[in-house]
Design a protein around this ligand. Structure first.
Ligand code: NIG
Ligand code: FE
Length: 402
């Protein structure tokens, strides 16, 4: 049957079956998959007879981890902002470029001009590269449309690109990315609430707002996120990235699924997020690309927050597709241990998306897993920038590799 598989020869299997930050490794393990879901996990020597006839994938002593869950991306886009990146390296700031009509506005112009099929094809190619790096579930935001038709088209493009690439896509409506060029702020907020949300909510699972200096205020974000919730969309928030504005406390107050970035988060913010059960989605590759200090990952983790790691793959603040690279950065620059970082990049991401069925390898979970070309998950932070993904399995089918 399709989606039936027996993965054997696993030197070290990361199951994430225990608590936060505990990889719960099984040595010399096997994973039996039936109908795309994990049926059994344990030491190979204890494999029940009923699973012995399945088609075999021999990991050859390599390590196996759950598929990465990239919980924050803007992976649907077109256009080239490498010139703007070079200007940032020469000293212009992101906010100056945005205020002058570049930045997000440049991508908006490119997305509006692109034929739908081209947007899907380019985005699917991006998602396939992410899959090749071990990412099996991706959250994808709109936000480069800033008009109702293009925002709705972006969400359709995200779904179509995920389908074409063989990656599970969770779509997020981000009509409130920035105020459209030339638009009146209050009129734009009303457009988001009164027109975009009703049109886009059926194609989205979450509603996000870029709540920051130069984008939307906390009051505007609250109105938009409450309207999104009324349409059945759980809030996620771009919070405390460029400045401390109070967005993290708003996230906690709304019981948002996640507060993302959090570069300027305080211990008070962390305590509120932990109490609200709002996940912190940290984006170390953005801090790197922006040449900003890293988010306070250690402080958030120690406050008991559910921490997730994500790429934030986008054409402006960090065009990074690789979760292994993000795991390495989280350890080397943001102060997480390898166990914490790996958990945050898999189980933490899943929990931040409200998905209980992935990010771990336990009976009943979706059989998304990665065979590393290494004997241990420790090689992810130990060898940054090295292609360590050997084979990717999605729903019990080999999607990448032999
Ligand atoms: O997460 N902060 C807002 N949105 C993206 C950047 C988008 C862009 O520059 O195109 C981010 O950093
Ligand atoms: Fe983002």
């Amino acid at each position: 049957m399709s989606g039936d598989l027996l993965v054997t020869g696993i030197g070290h299997l990361v199951t994430n079956a225990a608590g936060r930050g505990d990889p719960a490794v099984i040595a010399d393990a096997a994973v039996a998959v039936a109908g795309g879901a994990v049926a059994w996990v344990g030491p190979a020597a204890a494999l029940p007879a009923r699973h012995r006839g399945l088609p075999v994938l021999d990991a050859g002593g390599r390590a196996v981890i759950p598929g990465f869950v990239d919980a924050h991306t803007h992976a649907v886009f077109t256009g080239d902002r490498s010139g703007e990146f070079a200007r940032r390296l020469r000293g212009e700031t992101y906010e100056e470029i945005l205020a002058a009509g570049g930045g997000i506005h440049a991508t908006v112009a490119a997305v509006r001009a692109a034929p739908f099929d081209d947007l899907v094809a380019e985005s699917a190619a991006r998602l396939r590269r992410m899959l090749g790096q071990g990412t099996t579930t991706v959250e994808v935001k709109s936000g480069y449309g800033l008009d109702t038709a293009t925002e709705a088209a972006m969400l359709r493009a995200a779904a179509a690109a995920g389908e074409a690439a063989g990656v599970d896509v969770l779509p997020t409506f981000l009509g409130a990315h920035v105020v459209d060029r030339g638009a009146d702020r209050e009129e734009y907020v009303r457009l988001v609430i009164d027109e975009m949300l009703p049109a886009c909510a059926p194609s989205a699972r979450f509603c996000d707002v870029f709540c920051d200096r130069g984008a939307f205020t906390v009051d505007e974000a609250r109105r938009i996120l409450e309207a999104g919730a009324a349409h059945g969309l759980r809030p996620r928030i771009h919070a405390e990235q460029l400045a401390h504005t109070g967005a993290a406390l708003l996230a906690a107050d709304l019981s948002a699924a996640s507060a993302d970035h959090l570069d300027h988060a305080t211990p008070e913010d962390a305590a509120a997020l932990a109490a609200a059960g709002t996940a912190a989605v940290l984006l170390p590759a953005v801090a790197l690309s922006m040449r900003h200090p890293q988010p306070p990952a250690r402080m958030l983790w120690d406050a008991g927050v559910t921490v997730a790691l994500a790429t934030d793959c986008n054409p402006g603040t960090g065009y990074v597709e690789s979760m292994p690279f993000v795991v390495a950065l989280a350890c080397l620059e943001a102060g997480l241990t390898p166990e914490e970082a790996l958990w945050a990049a898999t189980r933490g991401g899943a929990l931040s998306l409200g998905l209980s069925d992935r990010g771990w390898l336990v009976p009943g979970a979706v059989a998304d897993l990665v065979v590393l070309d290494a004997p241990s998950y420790l090689h992810l932070p130990y060898r940054p920038g090295t292609g360590l993904v050997h084979t990717v399995v999605t729903r019990g089918e080999v999607a990448v590799g032999a």
